[in-house]
Design a binder for this molecule. Structure first.
Ligand SMILES: Nc1ncnc2c1ncn2[C@@H]1O[C@H](COP(=O)(O)OP(=O)(O)OP(=O)(O)O)[C@@H](O)[C@H]1O
Ligand SMILES: [Mg+2]
Length: 297
């Protein structure tokens, strides 16, 4: 009996210690996210003015270039005989090449400037990680912002299929939900990367995919928004499916994963939004996470 009591007290001690460690880890993570949010906000703010300057002046640059070209074409049509000096100068400056290359350069600056403006807009979402009150937000837009931030990691090899429903604005912590989308999509990218390496080794052609679906679900008395993020990666083995939402559970090597992504996401969805984070995964088809959020008011 005595031994049993000692063992019980030992278990209790261990549980308390574990809970303490979990709470601490969570606090550290939350603090990290908040300071990261602040840093993102200040960097975004610093870049905003020069980016606006580039984007605004680019429009002038583009139209002035067209005007100059029109003058040049008209001029060349009238002046049929060029002086030796002009001919020589054109040759020295590689005039024909400039004429061919300049429109391409201008076009790529325009695309880059659009991307810069778009990315800055998306960063705005992530700078609200410490938001105190929920705000009305467009979930489809939140997902798009996350995809823009992840653009570099998604690259061209992964096909992203978007199947967005017509959603009402949802009262939510949009910065934190963006963090959830980021965690789940990042996991999908990593899983697809692993499968890609395997398929390459076996010289098999294979198209990695991430499918994102949003829709409204209705029950007799409540409406929900469902967000499904599915990948056709390797799937999650049945024996670890119960553990993936645990703090610090990871199958990734040290330095690559901390095992906090899904634990934090689960808390944001369930505790902060009264929703559910559901998993369905099979090695043949891949993994799907479903986020279900109640629509209030
Ligand atoms: N889409 C997925 N496909 C396959 N396995 C997954 C997928 N998503 C999660 N997992 C598994 O769940 C584990 C836990 O995921 P979680 O995001 O919590 O941690 P992590 O990705 O390992 O580390 P962190 O997100 O903290 O960097 C992963 O290590 C991986 O084994
Ligand atoms: Mg993760």
């Amino acid at each position: 009996m005595h031994e049993l009591l000692v063992a019980q007290s030992h278990i209790q001690q261990l549980t308390t210690q574990l809970l303490k460690e979990q709470t601490e880890a969570q606090m550290i993570q939350t603090e990290k996210m908040v300071s990261l949010g602040k840093m993102v906000a200040s960097v975004a703010h610093e870049i905003k003015n020069p980016a606006a300057c580039i984007s605004c002046n680019f429009e002038f640059l583009d139209s002035y270039y067209e005007n100059l070209m029109a003058v040049l074409v008209a001029y060349e049509a009238e002046v049929t005989e060029e002086s030796t000096k002009i001919k020589q100068l054109k040759e020295e400056e590689d005039f024909d090449f400039i004429l061919e290359d300049l429109p391409k350069i201008i076009k790529s600056i325009g695309t880059a400037s659009d991307r810069l403006t778009e990315t800055l807009g998306s960063l705005h979402n992530f700078s609200h990680l410490d938001e105190a009150k929920p705000t009305l937000s467009d979930i489809n837009e939140c997902i798009d912002s996350t995809l823009i931030i992840l653009h570099n990691r998604i690259k061209y090899s992964i096909e992203v299929i978007k199947n967005y429903g017509d959603l009402p604005l949802i009262n939510c912590y949009s910065g934190q939900l963006s963090q959830v989308f980021m965690n789940i999509i990042s996991n999908a990218i990593e899983a697809l990367g692993d499968k890609m390496a395997e398929q390459k080794k076996a010289s098999r052609a294979w198209q990695p995919q991430i499918k994102i679906t949003t829709e409204i679900l209705e029950t007799a008395d409540t409406e929900f928004v469902a967000i499904r993020i599915a990948d056709n990666g390797p799937g999650i083995p049945l024996e670890i499916q119960e553990q993936i939402f645990d703090m610090f559970f990871t199958t990734k090597p040290v330095g690559k994963g901390t095992g906090l992504g899904l634990a934090i996401s689960n808390q944001i969805v369930t505790k902060k939004h009264g929703g559910q984070l559901l998993l369905s995964s099979h090695p043949d088809t891949g993994t799907e996470f479903q986020i279900i959020l109640p629509i209030f008011g």
